[in-house]
Design a protein. Structure first.
Lengths: 119, 112
C-alpha cells in the first residue's frame, strides 16, 4: 500500500533562518507531488506541484522553493524565513495520470503536516 | 474567480444527531468535487468524490449530494459520533489542470 511521510512535524525557527521540509512517498512510482500551506481560517493554498524528477511548477511567487531530487521525494525550502511563512504545511500526492489535465478523479493523499512557527 | 464557499463556519451538535454541511462553488471548468475530513493537526482524508453526473453518494454515515446546475453540494452526517469532530473541507478540481480549489472548511464539534 502507498504511504506518505512528512517531517518534521513541528518546527520553530527564527526569522531569517533557513527551512527544509521533506516529504517521501512509498508504494508508488512517478507520483504527482504537491506542497500546500494552510493558514488559519483560510483554504489550502497550492505552493508547488511536480509531475516528475526536476519538474517543479510554482503557483505563488514567494520566499519558498521546492525540489524533487528523487522520484518519490519532495522538499520545500527557504533560504531566509519570514514571519509570514508561519503556517501548517501539507505534502500530498496523487496517482500519475489521474491528477493531471484530462483526468477525472485524481484523489489527493495528504501527509500528516508540518507546523512551522517563525519567531 | 474560482471560489469555494462553505457554511456554516462552525457547528456544535449533540452525539447521535444529524447535521448537514453546505458547499457552494464557482469553479470552471468543473471536474469533480470532494469532501475531506481533517482532524486537528492532521492531514485531510477524502470522504467522497462527486463527478458532474452524480447526484448522491454515500460512505457509511456520510452522504454527499451535488447539484451541478446550482453549483451546490452538501455533506449529511447521520447519527453523529464524537469521532466526527473535525473540519470538513469541500474541494473542487479545475478540469484540465492540476489545480484544486479548497473551501475554508466547516469545523464540527460533537458533544456527548
Amino acid at each position: 500500500s502507498q504511504t506518505i511521510h512528512q517531517w518534521p512535524a513541528t518546527l520553530v525557527q527564527p526569522v531569517g533562518s533557513p527551512l527544509s521540509l521533506e516529504c517521501t512517498v512509498e508504494g508508488t512510482s512517478n507520483p504527482n507531488l504537491y506542497w500546500y500551506r494552510q493558514a488559519a481560517g483560510r483554504g489550502l493554498q497550492l505552493l508547488f506541484y511536480s509531475v516528475g524528477i526536476g519538474q517543479i511548477s510554482s503557483e505563488v511567487p514567494q520566499n519558498l522553493s521546492a525540489s524533487r531530487p528523487q522520484d518519490r521525494q519532495f522538499i520545500l525550502s527557504s533560504k531566509k524565513l519570514l514571519l509570514s511563512d508561519s503556517g501548517f504545511y501539507l505534502c500530498a500526492w496523487s496517482v500519475p495520470g489521474t491528477g493531471g489535465p484530462g483526468a477525472v478523479t485524481g484523489e489527493l493523499f495528504f501527509g500528516e503536516g508540518s507546523r512551522l512557527t517563525v519567531l | 474567480k474560482n471560489q469555494v464557499e462553505q457554511s456554516p463556519q462552525s457547528l456544535i451538535i449533540l452525539e447521535g444527531k444529524n447535521c448537514t454541511l453546505q458547499c457552494n462553488y464557482t469553479v470552471s471548468p468543473f471536474s469533480n468535487l470532494r469532501w475531506y475530513k481533517q482532524d486537528t493537526g492532521r492531514g485531510p482524508v477524502s470522504l467522497t468524490i462527486m463527478t458532474f453526473s452524480e447526484n448522491t453518494k454515500s460512505n457509511g454515515r456520510y452522504t454527499a449530494t451535488l447539484d451541478a446546475d446550482t453549483k451546490q453540494s452538501s455533506l449529511h452526517i447521520t447519527a453523529s459520533q464524537l469521532s466526527d469532530s473535525a473540519s470538513y473541507i469541500c474541494v473542487v478540481r479545475v478540469s484540465g489542470t492540476y489545480k484544486y480549489i479548497f473551501g475554508t472548511g466547516t469545523r464540527l464539534k460533537v458533544l456527548a
